[in-house]
Design a protein around this ligand. Structure first.
Ligand code: CMP
Length: 424
C-alpha cells in the first residue's frame, strides 16, 4: 500500500475502500429489501445506521479540505466549482437516512449515488497498478456485471409480482435465474413474460444481453490476450520463424536449434526489445534502467564489481549482451580478434587450436578473448559453450578505450592474458 501512490496516502486509500464497501453493500441490500423485504423490520436498522454514519463522516472529511485528505476529488487535479457543488449534492443525497425518516420507499435508492466513488477508486487503482491493469479491468468488469445482474433480477421480481408461498431466497433466485438466462442470451423461455410491462422489460434486458455478450467476448478475449504479452509475443515470433524455416526448408536439426534458442530467450526474459523501451525514456532514467538490467554483469564479474563509477558509465553501459547455445563456438583459434567477452551465466571451455586439449573451463565472472587484443595476435585458442551462456561483448574500440583511460583495469586484464599465455 505504501508505495501505491505519493499523493494518496494509506489512510485515504483505506477510507476510499471503506466507502466503496459500504456503497456496494447498500447497492445490494437496498433494492433487495425494496422488492423482497426483510423478515423483521429490525433487519435493516444496523446496516442503515452504519452506512449513514460512514457516508456522513465522509462528507465531513471530504469537504473539510476541498477533497479527501486534501487531495483530488475528480480526474486531473482540482475540481471546478460546479463539480464541487454536484459532488456535495450527491454525497448529501446518498447520506440521507431516508429509511429512518420515511420507512420503505424507493427514495432509499439514493444511496446508489455513492457508487460514483467506487468508479473513482477503480480508476485511481488502475492507474497505479499498471502491471496488473488487465487483471483489475477484468475484476472491475465482473463487479459491474454482478451488480447489474442483481438490479435486473430485483427489477424482474418487482414487476413480476410476489408468488404466494415461496420464500424470499427462492424468489430472489428465480429472479436471478431469469436475469442470467436472459442476459447471457441463453433464454430457455421457461419463465415467460405475462403482460406488456414484463414483455417490454424482457426485451430491454435481451437487447442489453446481446450488447453485454458481445462486450464480454471482446473484453475478456482482449484481457486474456494481454495478460501475458510476453508470451503472446513469443508465440507470434515462433509462428513467424516456423513459417520461415519450413518455407526455406531448413534442416530439422537447425530448425530445432533455432526453436531452442528462442525458447531460451523467452524463458530468461531476454527477448524484450529493450532499445524501444529505453529510447522513450529521458537519458538519466534510461541510464538507471540500463544499470539495473546489467546488474548481472556488474555484480558477478569481479572486474566490474570494484570498478569506478566513470568506468561503469563509459563501458558497462555500452556492452551488449549475447547468448550462445550448447556446442556453439564463441571464438575459433586463428581468427582475427575483434572483441572480448564476460561471462554472466553458463560454462565454456577454452580448447587448443586442434581441439584435443581443454586449457580450462570458464564460468560466471570470468572473461576471455582478451589475448588477441592485448598482444595484437590471432586467437590463441577456441572457446566453446558447454551449456546456454549469457555473455557481454566488449568490442575492440571500447577495449582500446579501456586500455588508455582505465589503467587499473587494463593492468588486471593484461596480467590475466600473460598468465594464460604462460599456461598454453
Ligand atoms: P584469445 O587468444 O583472444 O582467444 C581465445 C581465448 O581463450 C584467449 O584469448 C583467452 O581468453 C582464452 N584462453 C587461451 N588460453 C587459455 C588458457 N590456457 N586458459 C584459459 N583461457 C585461455
Amino acid at each position: 500500500m505504501a508505495k501505491m501512490e505519493r499523493g494518496h496516502n494509506v489512510l485515504a486509500w483505506g477510507w476510499d475502500i471503506l466507502i466503496s464497501v459500504c456503497a456496494t453493500a447498500a447497492a445490494l441490500y437496498v433494492p433487495a429489501h425494496l422488492v423482497l423485504g426483510f423478515e423483521s423490520t429490525t433487519g435493516l436498522i444496523l446496516p442503515e445506521l452504519i452506512v449513514t454514519a460512514v457516508f456522513v463522516l465522509d462528507i465531513g472529511i471530504r469537504y473539510r479540505r476541498s477533497g479527501p485528505f486534501g487531495e483530488d476529488v475528480g480526474r486531473g487535479g482540482t475540481p471546478r466549482k460546479g463539480q464541487q457543488v454536484a459532488g456535495a449534492v450527491i454525497d448529501i443525497a446518498a447520506a440521507l437516512p431516508v429509511y429512518f425518516i420515511l420507512g420503505n420507499t424507493p427514495l432509499m435508492l439514493l444511496r446508489l449515488l455513492k457508487l460514483g466513488r467506487v468508479a473513482q477508486l477503480m480508476r485511481r487503482w488502475r492507474s497505479h497498478q499498471i502491471k496488473r491493469v488487465n487483471a483489475l479491468r477484468l475484476a472491475f468488469f465482473l463487479y459491474g456485471m454482478a451488480l447489474s445482474s442483481h438490479w435486473i433480477a430485483c427489477g424482474w421480481i418487482e414487476i413480476r409480482g410476489v408468488e404466494a408461498g415461496a420464500d424470499r431466497w427462492t424468489r430472489y433466485l428465480e429472479g436471478l435465474y431469469w436475469c442470467v438466462t436472459t442476459l447471457s442470451t441463453v433464454g430457455y423461455g421457461d419463465v415467460a413474460p405475462e403482460n406488456n410491462l414484463q414483455r417490454m422489460y424482457a426485451m430491454g434486458v435481451m437487447m442489453l444481453g446481446v450488447g453485454v455478450y458481445g462486450f464480454i467476448i471482446g473484453t475478456v478475449s482482449t484481457i486474456l490476450a494481454n495478460l501475458d504479452p510476453a508470451r503472446v509475443n513469443y508465440l507470434q515470433k515462433m509462428e513467424q520463424v516456423g513459417a520461415f524455416m519450413s518455407y526455406r526448408d531448413l534442416p530439422n536439426q537447425l530448425q530445432q536449434r533455432i526453436k531452442d534458442y528462442y525458447r531460451y530467450l523467452w524463458q530468461q526474459k531476454l527477448d524484450h526489445n529493450e532499445g524501444a523501451v529505453l529510447s522513450g525514456l529521458p537519458p538519466s532514467l534510461g541510464t538507471e534502467v540500463t544499470l539495473f538490467l546489467k546488474r548481472d554483469l556488474l555484480e558477478h564479474v569481479p572486474l566490474f564489481k570494484d570498478a569506478s563509477e566513470a568506468f561503469i558509465r563509459e563501458i558497462a553501459l555500452e556492452m551488449k549482451s549475447v547468448v550462445f547455445m550448447p556446442g556453439d563456438y564463441v571464438i575459433r583459434a586463428g581468427d582475427r580478434g575483434r572483441d572480448m567477452y564476460f561471462v554472466t551465466r553458463g560454462t565454456l571451455e577454452a580448447l587448443s587450436p586442434d581441439g584435443t586439449t581443454v586449457y580450462s573451463t570458464m564460468s560466471k565472472g570470468d572473461f576471455f578473448g582478451e589475448m588477441a587484443l592485448v598482444f595484437d595476435q590471432p586467437r590463441s585458442a577456441s572457446v566453446r559453450a558447454i551449456d546456454y551462456c549469457d555473455l557481454y561483448r566488449l568490442d575492440r574500440d571500447l577495449f582500446d578505450h579501456v586500455l588508455t583511460h582505465f589503467p587499473d583495469i587494463a593492468e588486471k586484464v593484461k596480467a590475466r592474458a600473460a598468465e594464460r599465455q604462460r599456461g598454453q
